[in-house]
Design a protein around this ligand. Structure first.
Ligand SMILES: NC(=O)c1ccc[n+]([C@@H]2O[C@H](COP(=O)([O-])OP(=O)(O)OC[C@H]3O[C@@H](n4cnc5c(N)ncnc54)[C@H](OP(=O)(O)O)[C@@H]3O)[C@@H](O)[C@H]2O)c1
Length: 295
């Protein structure tokens, strides 16, 4: 690759030996590529996936130290089992898994599917694992977070569901979660940092589950014409995992509209920086998941 996709913009990784990374949704796309980079640099990577058979096949493709554990973010009992089954230290949790613009549906616990998987599942997972995390929590948001504020009175968008609105809300929730997580970590004097990242636009499986089949066909075309590779999209994730950044950093490609170039700090919407909404979303998420702040 050359020019805008130049591999020289890929961050150089230090030796990650001795570090443990939990990567959700590591079976494909950006999670897979991030896992590959982290394991390739010597880290031990836990592939937290909902399909462990595919997970084992994924692990077999990776050089380095990996293991596969079952995690379905759309089922809080699975999130609890995953956390209960892990008693070792974790250097960094990478909240990567996600679904986009799917047809209206519910998680096992009755949450709207996109907020349930992308935000509430990761919210519960983070709080359950936090006492074991030593370095940081990196949560993958999106440039599409830039939309209306989260609906705290109707988080499930009951009666007003639209696939795009629900995705935007869930990705905005990822950023608000990071704001409040960092605030809470600072309040208790924790050295752990909360960061968010986004890949720009990379061709992955994400674009093939739209509620409208026509959109899947259109996105397949734009994946070929406009999108970067999943490897490119994983660079901001890995940068957020290894770079020395102030808490609550938001990392993405720094060139052309956050779609190209080397990873670095990216702008975010005014809504995503609203500390009051972030606090209220946190409280609502505690209520919805029955998982509370552990520190
Ligand atoms: N690609 C982009 O252009 C883009 C842009 C902005 C943000 N993002 C964000 O990047 C992240 C990774 O997406 P991607 O592009 O790499 O898409 P992807 O290839 O579809 O990967 C998403 C992963 O999440 C997993 N997942 C979905 N639901 C899950 C659940 N209930 N429990 C556990 N895992 C679940 C999927 O598992 P299966 O393999 O079993 O389906 C898949 O491995 C997402 O948070 C997405 O919002 C992507």
């Amino acid at each position: 690759m050359s020019g805008l996709f130049d591999s020289s913009t890929a961050p150089a990784l230090p030796d990650l030996s001795g570090s443990v990374y939990v990567v959700t949704g590591a079976n494909s796309g950006i999670g897979f590529e991030a896992a590959k980079k982290l394991a390739g640099a010597g880290g031990h990577v836990v592939l937290a996936v909902r399909d462990v058979v595919r997970g084992r096949a994924t692990a077999a493709q990776l050089d380095g130290s990996t293991e596969v554990r079952e995690l379905d973010l759309a089922d809080l009992s699975s999130v609890r089992s995953f956390a209960a089954g892990w008693d070792g230290p974790i250097t960094t949790l990478v909240n990567n898994a996600g679904i986009m613009m799917v047809a209206e549906g519910r998680t096992v616990d009755g949450f709207e599917r996109q907020i349930g998987t992308n935000h509430l599942g990761h919210f519960a997972l983070t709080n359950l694992l936090l006492p074991q995390i030593s370095d940081r929590v990196v949560t993958i948001s999106s440039g599409l977070h830039n939309g209306p504020q989260v609906d705290l009175d109707n988080l499930d968008l009951e009666g007003v569901y639209k696939p795009t609105r629900a995705y935007q809300q869930s990705k905005l929730a990822n950023l608000l979660f990071t704001v409040e997580l960092q605030r809470r970590l600072e309040e208790v004097g924790s050295p752990v940092r909360a960061h968010a990242a986004h890949p720009g636009y990379s061709a992955t499986n994400l674009q093939s589950h739209h509620a409208n089949p026509l959109m899947n066909r259109l996105m397949a075309i734009s994946n070929r014409v406009v999108a970067t590779s999943a490897e490119f999209g994983a660079r901001p994730t890995v940068h957020a995992v290894v770079a020395d950044l102030p808490g609550n950093s938001y990392v993405g490609p720094t060139g052309f509209q956050g779609l190209r170039g080397a990873p670095g700090p990216n702008p975010r919407s005014t809504q995503s920086r609203d500390a009051d909404v972030a606090r209220r979303l946190w409280e609502l998420s505690e209520e919805r998941t029955s998982v509370t702040w552990p520190l």
